[in-house]
Design a protein around this ligand. Sequence first.
Ligand code: GLC
Ligand code: GLC
Length: 831
Amino acid sequence: MQYNNSASYGHFDDETREYVITRPDTPYPWINYLGCEDFYGLFSNTSGGYCFYRDARMLRLTRYRYNNVPADAGGRYFYLRDHAEDEISGYARQDVWSPSWMPIKSKLDRYECRHGLGYSCISSARNGLAFSQLSFVPLKDNCEIHKITLTNETKVEKNIDIFSFVEFCLWNANDDMTNFQRNYSIGEVEVEGSAIYHKTEYRERRNHYAVWSVNVPISGFDTDRETFLGLYNGFDHPQTVFAGAANNFIASGWAPIGSHHIEVPLKPGESKTFVFVLGYCENSEDQKWESLHVINKAPAKALLEKYNSAEAVDTALAELKEYWDKLLSRFSMQTDDKTLVRMVNVWNQYQCMVTFNMSRSASYFESGIGRGMGFRDSNQDLLGFVHLVPERARMRILDIAATQMSDGSAYHQYQPLTKRGNNDIGSGFNDDPLWLICGVAAYIKETGDYSILDEQVPFDNDQALSDSLFVHLKRSFDYTLNNLGPHGLPLIGRADWNDCLNLNCFSKTPGESFQTTANYESGIAESVLIAGIFAFTGPDYAEICRRTSRKEEAERAEKAIAAMIETINTHGWDGNWFLRAYDAMGKKIGSHECEDGQIFIESNGFAVMADIGINDGRAIRALDSVKEKLETAYGIVLQQPAYKEYHLELGEISSYPPGYKENAGIFCHNNPWITIAETRVGRGERAFETYKRICPAYREDDSKLRRVEPYAYAQMVAGKDAPRFGEAKNSWLTGTAAWAFVSITQYILGIRPVFDGLLIDPCIPPGIKSFSITRYFRGAVYKITVDNTAGVEKGIASISMDGKVLDNKILPPMEEGSIHEVMVVMGSSKN
Ligand code: GLC
Ligand code: GLC
């Protein structure tokens, strides 16, 4: 391995907002997401990955093999072949390589991959031939563009061949990987000019096809994988490329691919650019065919025409960059700490967009055929996204709410394409309904748009069962109250936020799903976490009622919340921290009385976020216990001690080896809950410390240990009980992105949307002496400067806006388009 000597894998380029990877053999593929709305590509630093239209399971354009050997094989590949006649012997000699390193892995004299916002650029060189590949999905079209440039950096003429390569997926990614008795006989393609059309199943019920084309005439093509590679060859030894000529073979069944052969003579110093487009096209039923068995190519031709030159591609890239400039200008900060600035201004917001788009469907750890959109996940993802594109958050809320049942419970997941709840997982996760309140409240606080509450939304996807979104919120609130257990705490159902605390499951059957099995409807197992979420998000519901003239309902809600807090104090406190749950026998979980699992992060985070125990010292005690018992150098583990054995009465949590996942892994998603809780008790130094521990950019130097991208949060880092302590897994699609953004921007930096405007309430380390933030909010722009010369952690001495002193800490909504200068001086507060 030629690259293993350097310790670093790359660095941030803050100017261009790119992460620059400087060697291809990263400790795990480091990926980027191309696409913003309908068409998406996952793109690794060696050009691996795949793309799909809207739904990674149902409409996948290219094939990808998860858990493959070697890792990350399959992508959009451009094989290069340099051939010449040996001057002395007269024999032909040739060199074949992959300019993105994978799959051939020949040595590259230079290599760099820049992952930017919605685009990536790989550049490399070998033996005097420079290569660059710019890849992105343009804003308004359903395609991936790959602009390839070859430059002859030598003093002699070169004869280069390019062989492009993509392998088509037969659309349904699940079927594609499993149903070979059918699949091997259905693949169909057409070729016209330089365009290769993948049209499997188009003859029957599909109205869409894929096109893979290049903007120059080609010397030949291939469409059949076996012909191109050779049956017993891997991607690293395509026989066609080594032979130097395409086969012009039309695939029939088996595995359809698309490969172009282009001959590129290059004079010394000469450069040539090629635009490859991989697109998705639809035709209406009556427009499907051009003639008998010949597909109507009009939409593809229009698409290819649009991107037929390097200039057109550059314009589209400029538009994409402008789109991101605009989005990110809605929240940006300045301070001395560069790492903080790059996370807040760029990478955390970027990941929030990705989690909003993908939920938990497609990453290098989520196969795109599994979970679809999650009810609780998508509601939480909104929290970090709503300030970017509020209109999309609004639509998402209405989609999610339509998968709620009329009793207030909810489908746990739904498919993005059909927007219908998944029957195989069903409902019964008793925290789900409350996240809808949380999501809607965040939307209203951001936008001031109460009209969303009047939208008519179906229950159970059934139009006949429609009611206003407000009624959905009421059912959510009441669902908790209608499902209380023996101590008056909420029943947990199949699981609460912690999918692996399955207290009614009692599974003895290998392979049985912990989440959908209920062998025991105890009516007893209760969750202190759900109680905490209720106490945290319930007041928003009450406030929404009050502000929409539902005074009685507001009072009823407030009473119920007060009663719940009382119950938490009576039955949810263990002496030094908050309990986690009661099991189906009424035994405590997360108590000092337990052998393992004595203290959990989740309930402690949420109880303090809800301000429980602030006045009587319990909050501080709980947070100190978390620090003492759960904190590690790489973040806070989920619970301690880890479960050593499988517990029938606890379910999946005890199925994981100690230190992984929910069994005492550092489950990053709920670390920000502790960060927020620390700001509630005014400990800015502590809050920032917990923030930094899991923040990828602050951990860049640990890349070798962590393995995943230093620019994206991971769901889990192995806990101290695991042999691989500190190793991260499951990067990108995690609720950590949204909660980390909320914790840093709203609670540490303290610029928090509330119903009346923007609340200013920073809680920072005394060492941060100043920072400034530009915040777009309800049409106006606030330029906020925070002065902490006083060196406090919390407290405001004065706030003024446009030179006038404000008498409270809330910046009121201002006129559309107006700009305001806000000066905040921290210090001991006057009142
Ligand atoms: C996964 C799930 C999320 C759940 C968490 C804890 O991240 O997507 O819904 O809350 O695990 O189990
Ligand atoms: C497993 C995982 C958990 C995830 C769940 C989703 O239980 O441990 O993190 O939320 O699967 O079904």
